[in-house]
Design a protein around this ligand. Structure first.
Ligand SMILES: NC(=O)c1ccc[n+]([C@@H]2O[C@H](COP(=O)([O-])OP(=O)(O)OC[C@H]3O[C@@H](n4cnc5c(N)ncnc54)[C@H](O)[C@@H]3O)[C@@H](O)[C@H]2O)c1
Length: 309
């Protein structure tokens, strides 16, 4: 029992933290301490009986590490905080498992790389869609085919969020990085993994709740359509909340809305097996999103290459 891996977790009161806590339990590791901005007494009571210390900052967690030697810190805080928090962990030689995106710019990614190169610790990220059964199957199908023609692909992701989503850090482009860093990154990651590097792209629409981008990969032309629908507006219209994910490949559509259980555990297991997603792995989608956003800000306009699809 004495040699269980020891974890700390930042952002413990947020939405995604329970999946990390479950993954830490599932891999048989010990969650020793958690941190968030301000635990109330009820929240403290949730952790303290399990011998998990509740701390108010990363600095306190580093002090905890200096006496109790953490192996990993899991980072589940808002996107804009990731880079500096990762670097603090690396400077203290603590391995990191950080939620996507590791960074919101290529220069921040370079800061992480530089810090990792002089640290005894490593950084891993969560790209759980790569462990989704339908995506694994899709990759096998595509890579086993020899096609002269580029595949024609439509990716649809529609989801619903309440007004609290847009009034939180996620509604600020400086903090979330915008819709592509917040949602699109999962899809850019698997598209690059399956269809190869991007050679060209056109942005039709990019706003806080909508992305419509045509991307040409080595092996495919992909139309990405992401829509974040307003819970309140759907309710006003008497409509159900929407959650839908699908790929249409050369005219055949398959849905992959479900099947997301345990993907964080699979991500943690792969890290322990030495197959975790590294800064290098994360850099492909981060670089691509940064390019798309830069071009969009420069005034890139929609060109009708859609007609060729
Ligand atoms: N992999 C996925 O599918 C997935 C899904 C949702 C969110 N995420 C990512 O997870 C991260 C967290 O998202 P969320 O939806 O849980 O957000 P959230 O706002 O629900 O939770 C973030 C938590 O971090 C806390 N926090 C803020 N600053 C902190 C600090 N300095 N130290 C410690 N805690 C701090 C907040 O109080 C909050 O409790 C984001 O990076 C997001 O992109 C990933």
């Amino acid at each position: 029992m004495g040699n269980k891996l020891k974890f700390g977790l930042l952002g413990a009161l947020g939405y995604i933290a329970p999946r990390h806590i479950q993954a830490i339990n599932n891999i048989g590791a010990d969650l020793k301490c958690v941190s968030d901005l301000d635990f109330n007494s009820a929240q403290k009571k949730e952790f303290l009986p399990k011998n998990i210390e509740t701390l108010d900052s990363l600095e306190e967690m580093i002090k905890f590490h200096q006496k109790d030697n953490l192996d990993y810190i899991s980072i589940c805080t808002p996107n804009h905080l990731h880079t500096d928090q990762i670097i603090t962990c690396l400077e203290n030689d603590i391995n990191v498992i950080c939620e996507k995106p590791l960074a919101l710019s290529v220069s921040d990614l370079d800061r992480i790389r530089k810090s990792e190169s002089v640290s005894a610790a490593k950084v891993f990220t969560i790209m759980q869609l790569r462990f989704h059964e339908s995506i694994i199957q899709l990759k096998q199908n595509i890579t086993s085919q020899k096609s002269e023609e580029k595949h024609e692909v439509i990716l649809i992701y529609a989801t619903t969020r309440g007004s609290e989503f847009f009034s939180s850090w996620r509604g600020s482009e400086n903090k979330s990085g915008g819709i592509l860093f917040e949602f699109g990154i999962h899809y850019l990651d698997i598209l690059i993994d399956i269809f190869g590097q991007v050679s060209n792209f056109n942005v039709n629409k990019l706003s806080l709740n909508q992305a419509n981008v045509l991307i040409e990969h080595e092996n495919a032309k992909v139309l990405i359509m992401i829509n974040v629908l307003s819970k309140e507006k759907l309710k006003e219209m008497g409509q159900e909340e929407v959650l839908y994910r699908s790929f249409t490949i050369n005219g055949d559509e398959f849905e992959f809305t479900g099947g997301f259980q345990d993907l964080h555990t699979k991500s943690y297991e792969s890290i322990l097996e030495g197959k975790g997603f590294t800064v290098e792995d994360a850099s492909k989608s981060i670089k691509q999103i940064s390019k798309i956003m830069d071009e969009f800000e420069k005034g890139s306009t929609y060109k009708p290459i859609l007609n060729n699809l």
